[in-house]
Design a protein around this ligand. Structure first.
Ligand code: SF4
Length: 445
């Protein structure tokens, strides 16, 4: 019997692209394909690309070039796939190019390049699908696309309008994940708060409860599965306030990832941001009053066209008052196809650079202040890795890959996925240093 065909897979970009990769790999495994650990062992290589920023496009084009040089048989998919002409101009040797969410097309291209084995066993795939994340956490994508038209963003043209998954579909996937050992569910989409708008908040029944297809009901039901539930990409629409009681009850992690992007009303208007509201600072205060342990994460863009020194100072003052716990900052990039490219008064690159450094330094001080408050308290942490001389964990306020860590001394018996009560002993700008409270170690099964 001939060996199963082997697919090499390079997954670039954001967690949403990662979920696409998992979906493609799950389907391939179900059909009897295997994955190759290196280029040499692959019959064909799939590169799932990112096309958001110019720098990400370059990284994707380089990855395609590397796969071609190392293997020679390459299929391209993902966000950059909408620019097939660009890819083929740089790399005429690619076998096929498909865009984001074109699962059927990419699978068909793989079948053409490397036919599936005869009579694959239907049960080769685990019920929770193939995951590229560690066993104890998983991303759950609840919708695709976006109905907004932020002027710097080309995602709506890459990914189309909002299409929500049904709540039952999401909840069944989440249940399978929890059964398979996942202890933290990371809810993602382009615009998590808009979940269900396209389905007109359709009613559904779940475990004897009558619910509607909207974020608060979905979060509530996810919160009953027994895993940590972390919400990403939440825009501050009024109904976001309804999530706060779920956090107070412990159903959803006290963590909100809200991409504010700026604070100056003038710049927010030019950015065409959804749900911007001058009362945001008041709302943040109210959220923190209700849930004192709330961690707020956000991202910002500096150097947006027309951003004056006064706009930037406004942003710094706003940040100082908002005291967000975690902040990512991007230097404005004129992404090909974005409406903001046509705006007047571009900010010179050295000014953008200087503003970026100032914002990062200001936020570092805020972050250090926020974390220092935790010293001397007991918190829960989930273990990500056990290294030779230490354990790397995360608090409820730390999302994997993007936020800080909780470092613990190495203790035998604690494995990845364990949720441990720890006492915080020290902190710096981004991380905590703690010791486990040993009588409360709950090791993942
Ligand atoms: S909300 Fe704005 S930034 Fe986010 S995906 Fe939609 S258009 Fe892009």
């Amino acid at each position: 019997m001939s060996a199963a065909p082997r697919i090499g897979f390079v997954s670039l970009g954001c967690p949403k692209a990662l979920v696409d990769s998992e979906r493609i790999l799950s389907r391939l495994r179900a059909e009897g394909y295997e994955t190759a650990a290196d280029y040499a062992g692959a019959d064909v290589v799939v590169v799932n690309t990112c096309g958001f920023l110019d720098s990400a496009r370059e990284e994707s084009l380089d990855a395609i070039g590397e796969a071609l040089a190392e293997n020679g048989r390459v299929i391209v998919t993902g966000c950059l796939g909408v620019h097939a002409d660009l890819i083929r101009a740089r790399h005429p040797g690619v076998l096929a190019v498909t865009g984001p969410h074109r699962y059927e097309e990419v699978i068909a291209a793989i079948h053409d390049a490397c036919p599936p084995p005869h009579a694959p066993y239907a049960d080769l795939i685990p019920p929770q699908g193939i995951r590229l994340t560690p066993r104890h956490y998983a991303y759950v994508k609840i919708s695709e696309g976006c109905n907004h038209r932020c002027s710097f963003c080309i995602i709506p043209s890459l990914r189309g309008p909002l299409v929500s998954r049904t709540a039952t579909d999401v909840l069944e996937e989440a249940e399978r994940l929890v059964r398979a050992g996942v202890r933290e569910l990371l809810v993602i989409s382009q615009d998590t708060s808009a979940y269900g708008v396209d389905l007109k908040y359709a009613p559904f029944e779940w475990r004897g409860r009558n619910l509607r297809t909207r974020l608060t009901d979905l979060a509530d039901a996810l919160g009953e599965l027994g895993a940590w539930v972390r919400l990403h990409y939440v825009y501050p629409y009024p109904h976001v306030d309804e999530l706060i009681p779920l956090m107070a009850e412990g159903k959803v992690l006290p963590y909100l990832d809200i991409p504010f992007q700026h604070a100056s009303p003038r710049i927010l208007k030019a950015m065409r941001r959804p749900a911007t509201d001058e009362k945001t600072l008041e709302r943040i205060r109210a959220w923190r009053d209700a849930v004192p342990s709330l961690t707020l994460r956000s991202s910002f863009i500096v150097g947006f066209p027309g951003e004056t020194g006064a706009d930037f100072e406004y942003l710094l003052e706003w940040l100082d008052e908002a005291e967000l716990d975690r902040v990512g900052c991007f230097r404005y990039e004129a992404v090909d196809g974005a409406a903001s490219n046509a705006l007047p008064d571009p900010v010179p690159a050295p000014v953008i650079e200087e503003r970026w450094h100032r914002l990062m330094a200001a936020q570092q001080a805020i972050s250090a202040r926020r974390l220092a408050r935790l010293v001397g308290t007991r918190i829960e942490a989930i273990v990500d890795r056990v290294e030779e001389d230490r354990i790397v964990a995360r608090s409820k306020g730390d999302a994997p890959e993007i936020d800080g860590n909780v470092y613990l001394p190495r203790i035998d018996g604690i494995r990845p996925g364990a949720i441990v009560e720890v006492e915080v002993e020290d902190s710096d700008e981004y991380d905590l240093y703690a010791s486990p409270v040993l009588d409360d170690v709950r090791v993942a099964s």
